[in-house]
Design a protein around this ligand. Structure first.
Ligand code: ATP
Ligand code: MG
Length: 573
């Protein structure tokens, strides 16, 4: 391709109004342009990357035995009414409209309904199963907060696949194949990712896993072990009980409890600053609404945070979760929120494992401005139930018993589900089994964010000068930059010759033939665009018979003989 044919004349000047690095770089490098909130145009260079990403996904999906189809973007309401999702699909994400006959339709946010309808009409016998259909198709979701460019768009490209099975075992086999396929796809894009249990299905094993690319701009926090392949969404991750750093009870002698004055202290930070003690030797007591309409105390170690998703799953705690108001606390305990503690508390006490493992700790005295030091469970207060109430923190032992927990932000790029018969039941999708009986098909579904992946790759592959594409997805593998070609016949001839030779050998090469630009601007643009290899052809070098080669990732530059540059590139790329 010749750069003069591309809309990349004004790269550096493109205005950006975002903190997110991948979005900044996609705008500046001329990959995308915004049309409306969450709706983007893909420009030529961006589209080349998108196609490369699609190509890898297609190759791996085909190799897994899946078959490509293309389902309609526009879907009739009837199917969604049948599945029960026309009214309740994810809080308004469904964009609905009517045709000229006042019939209801939506833009597909996902395709379970359409594919189940296809399967129930096309598939007759268990002998046709298993089958896995996939497509790479535009989705529309009317996201409440579209942001970060194509990372969370309203119109975006997804690879979605749906598998059909006669047995649970067959579903599990395909689920595993998709797990492996997704891992290979992300490896080929050189992504550092974690496979995260999204729920811990009741029969052991997981029926849903998310694939997260680790990046600062991620919207989820992923907890993972530094030794095993344990990884979980922090919302879900269990904590080990008791944590490794807990003191051994045999070594501890209970000390007499005593009151300490803590005037004005409202937080754990203020408490430890005043008394010069460790957060880890304090507890905090939160009062929440109980399931029976009363109140319940939730006790955590001072340095830990309540995970209310865990709390509301406990039978004693009201769901949805709600903390008691300051007035309710004043009425029930007679003190402010900064002075609550378990001693003398007349309500059930649910204690997190780490809080329950403490001895001689400091807690509120249920009197404003007073705390108790050297509190001990059993002697001074009793726990109704020891449970898992908190978020994992860095340094916790990994819940699988291997290694230490680290936390990182993650971008969800893929999600695989065992749906079971959820949709086949609702839409009566059956095949005949070997006895001639009509059985419900079991289903799996497997989503991957194709356009989101382009941004996720940039999040992990860039530096201060721009994008650094992994060669598998680069829009071009090589850029050729002639210096002042209009003034030197030698330069223009050598460049044109090399360019033709590279094209004939199927190199993805970008020739930066933009005449009006200074060489420095072209070099900077090549770096911004992230093209892995660069060759500069200038008069000075040619006089010595040399051209200059630079590797984008390492920045290493070397002179290569003009006669040998083609052979050099063939060997290097
Ligand atoms: P999220 O939690 O990020 O909203 P989701 O769980 O709703 O995603 P799925 O229904 O699992 O998404 O869709 C499959 C994949 O499609 C996701 O893993 C993600 O990579 C991609 N995706 C979903 N929503 C968007 C979006 N608004 N913009 C870009 N990609 C998206
Ligand atoms: Mg998901």
């Amino acid at each position: 391709m010749r750069a003069s044919n591309y809309t990349i004349a004004t790269l550096k000047e493109t205005p950006v109004d975002t903190e997110v690095i991948s979005h900044q770089l996609m705008l500046r490098a001329g990959l995308i342009r915004k049309l409306a909130s969450g709706i983007y145009t893909w420009l030529p260079v961006g589209l080349r990357v998108l196609h490369k990403v699609e190509h890898i996904i297609r190759q791996e999906m085909d190799a897994s035995g899946a078959q490509e189809v293309m389902l309609p973007l526009v879907q009739p309401a009837e199917l969604w009414i049948e599945s029960g999702r026309w009214q309740q699909y994810d809080e308004g994400l469904l964009l609905k409209f009517q045709d000229r006959h006042q019939r209801d339709f939506c833009f597909g946010p996902t395709h379970e309904e359409v594919i189940t309808d296809l399967a129930r009409t096309e598939l007759r016998s268990h002998k046709q199963l298993p089958v896995n259909y996939y497509q790479i198709q535009t989705k529309f979701r009317d996201e409440i907060r579209p942001r970060f460019g194509v990372l969370r768009a309203r119109e975006f490209l997804m690879k979605d696949a749906y598998s059909f099975h006669a047995t649970q075992q067959s579903l599990e086999e395909t689920y595993q194949i998709m797990h492996d396929t997704y891992s290979r796809i992300l490896q080929r894009m050189q992504l550092d990712f974690r496979v995260v249990q999204a729920d811990s299905g009741s029969i052991g094993g997981s029926s849903s896993m998310e694939f997260h690319v680790l990046a600062e701009s991620g919207e989820d926090t992923i907890a993972f072990s530094n030794e095993s392949n344990f990884a979980a969404n922090i919302e879900m991750a269990a904590t080990l009980a008791p944590p490794a750093e807990t003191e051994k009870p045999v070594a501890i002698k209970p000390v007499a409890i005593k009151e300490v004055a803590t005037p004005g202290v409202k937080t754990i930070a203020e408490l430890v600053a005043l008394l010069k003690i460790s957060e880890k030797k304090t507890i905090k007591t939160l009062i929440a609404k109980a399931e029976d309409g009363g109140l319940v105390a939730l006790v955590l170690r001072g340095d830990h945070q309540l995970n209310h998703l865990k709390a509301e799953k406990l039978p004693q705690v009201a769901s949805p979760f709600a903390l008691a108001s300051e007035d309710e606390i004043k009425q029930a305990l007679g003190c402010g929120t900064g002075s609550i503690g378990p001693v003398g508390l007349k309500m059930p006490i649910l204690a997190d494992h780490s809080a329950a493992a403490l001895h001689n700790f400091t807690a509120g005295a249920n009197q404003t401005g007073i705390h108790l030091a050297n509190v001990n469970w059993d002697r001074d207060a009793s726990i109704t139930r020891v449970c898992d109430l908190r978020y994992l923190v860095e340094g916790d032992p990994s819940p699988d018993g291997q290694g230490i927990i680290q936390l990182k932000k993650g971008i969800e790029v893929g999600h695989i589900f065992q749906l079971g018969d959820k949709y086949s039941q609702a839409m009566d999708a059956r095949v005949l089994d070997d006895q001639g009986k009509a059985i419900l098909m079991k289903m799996g579904c497997y989503g991957m964010g194709v356009s989101r992946l382009v941004a996720a790759i940039i999040e992990q592959h860039h530096d201060d000068h721009g994008i650094i594409w992994p060669h598998t997805v680069a829009p071009f593998t090589l850029s050729l930059i002639p210096v002042n070609a209009h003034q030197s016949e030698d330069v223009s001839k050598t460049t044109e010759q090399l360019y033709q030779q590279l094209l004939e050998s199927n190199f993805d090469v970008l020739l930066d033939n933009r005449p009006a630009l200074r060489p420095g601007v072209k070099f900077a643009d090549a770096e911004l665009l992230g093209i892995p290899h660069r060759v500069i052809i200038g008069d000075k070098g040619l006089k010595r018979g040399m051209v200059e080669y630079t590797c984008r990732r390492t920045g290493a530059t070397q002179d290569v003989s003009a006669d040998e540059i083609f052979a050099f590139l063939s060997a290097t790329i």
